[in-house]
Design a protein around this ligand. Structure first.
Ligand code: ADP
Length: 395
């Protein structure tokens, strides 16, 4: 691509970024064209934005059309020079004498324009004045046209900032709602084990008064068990709360070794057999996060297995932009009506066939990591058919 083409491409991108094309009329811009027409004493004034094939008028006075082809626009010439264009008599200017708006109605004879230059230095359009008789502008009028053109750019940029602020405000509102929900759920789920421990402590007091030592020991064991469950919950919550993809360093990760390491950690399930695909890649990514995703999926496959004697498969498919990993098991399976729910915070399914008691944070953390990373996660499963968790991981 030539330097000129590249510059033009960047110019078009700068224009698009304003998200202004084909928007309704706006008083902030109409005020500027009105003022330009007053100051230069012309019947026609407009703000023209130049795309690759047309000029579109954001504001116009004295003309009725919404746009013209770029090839018949006066303003195309403004892109080719730094200083403003003033054509005192279009019939004496090579660039304009054959223009259809000069040779035909409304028979333009005078044209002056000042470029709209974006903060990145791109000429995105012009502020123009026109007349049907030849004309001269004073230095003050020319200067005023330049000032109004700068004001038009300020309007464009303010308008964009305002739009961005609206989007951010909406994002903040959603984040706040999520936070409220989170606090509500956390306080409920943290209160429950504390209340449990409290009531066991009451029983202990009664045991001590009654001198019932076997019950004391049983109840102490219960307290320890519940405290451990609570520690688990707090640990999970902390992990869920702190994961942020953008803060993590990237490094080379051998996925096969990573998964093998995680399988080795699950020694409590000696009757489970793991099958790793030979295609598991070596990639450069945030190791801690990928590890957290696999750790949760693999430990779920183990701990929710209904017989404890089964298989787990870890596989991958590679595409141009991403990997799709899957962790499959031949466990009890998950009914389709629960597929969306299990990725929510604190959602766990009660089932008689498995004694595993989780906090319901694992898959919510996994989903948060995968989506933060720009990927997607989903499950394919039905009761009695095992479960396959898929997630994509952008390269
Ligand atoms: P936890 O952190 O408590 O393990 P998760 O959020 O990881 O909870 O999982 C939510 C629920 O999804 C679990 O309570 C379990 O019922 C179900 N589940 C997750 N993985 C599997 C699986 N491989 N097989 C069967 N059920 C599963």
């Amino acid at each position: 691509m030539s330097a000129v083409d590249k510059r033009e491409k960047e110019r078009l991108r700068a224009l698009e970024a304003y998200e202004i094309l084909d928007t309704p009329a706006d008083k902030d811009f109409d005020d500027l064209t009105t003022l330009a027409a007053y100051i230069c004493s012309t019947p026609i004034s407009f703000i023209s934005l130049l795309t690759d094939d047309r000029q579109w008028f954001k504001s116009k006075i004295g003309i009725d059309i919404a746009e013209t082809p770029r090839s018949s626009s006066f303003c195309q010439y403004a892109l080719l020079q730094e200083e403003m264009i003033v054509a005192n008599d279009t019939l004496e200017d090579d660039r304009f004498q054959n223009n259809p708006f000069v040779t035909g109605p409304p028979h333009i004879r005078f044209y002056a324009s000042s470029q709209l230059i974006s903060s990145g230095g791109h000429k995105v359009g012009t502020l123009c004045v026109m007349d049907i008789v030849p004309k001269q502008l004073t230095e003050e009028q020319k200067e005023a046209l330049k000032i109004l053109a700068r004001q038009a750019v300020t309007n464009l940029e303010l308008r964009l900032k305002q739009k961005q602020l609206q989007v951010e405000k909406q994002q903040l509102r959603v984040a706040n709602e999520k936070l409220d929900e989170f606090v509500h759920m956390v306080s409920h789920d943290l209160k429950e084990p504390i209340m449990n421990i409290n009531s066991v402590a009451d029983w202990l007091q009664e045991d001590i008064v009654a001198g019932d030592y076997s019950s004391i020991s049983e109840n102490l064991a219960l307290i320890k068990e519940r405290a451990a469950a609570m520690e688990n919950l707090v640990q999970g919550l902390l992990q869920y709360a702190v994961v942020r993809v953008k803060d993590m360093p990237k490094e080379e990760v051998n996925v096969k070794s990573l998964v093998q390491g995680l399988l080795d950690e699950n020694k409590a399930y000696p009757k489970m057999t793991a099958h790793l695909s030979p295609d598991l890649p070596v990639l450069t990514t945030e190791r801690v996060l990928l590890q957290q995703v696999f750790a949760n999926l693999i430990s779920n496959a183990f701990k929710y297995h209904h017989t404890g004697t089964g298989n787990i498969w870890v596989d991958v498919e590679e595409a141009d932009q991403q990997y799709t990993f899957c962790v499959k098991d031949d466990g009890p399976g998950i009914p389709p009506q629960h597929h969306a729910k299990i990725f929510d915070l604190f959602e766990r399914l009660l089932r008689d066939s498995t004694k595993a008691q989780g906090s319901g944070i694992g898959l919510a953390t996994v989903k948060k990591i995968v989506e933060d990373k720009g990927g997607r996660i989903w499950v394919k499963s039905a009761l009695g058919e095992g479960s396959t968790f898929f997630f994509t991981w952008p390269k």
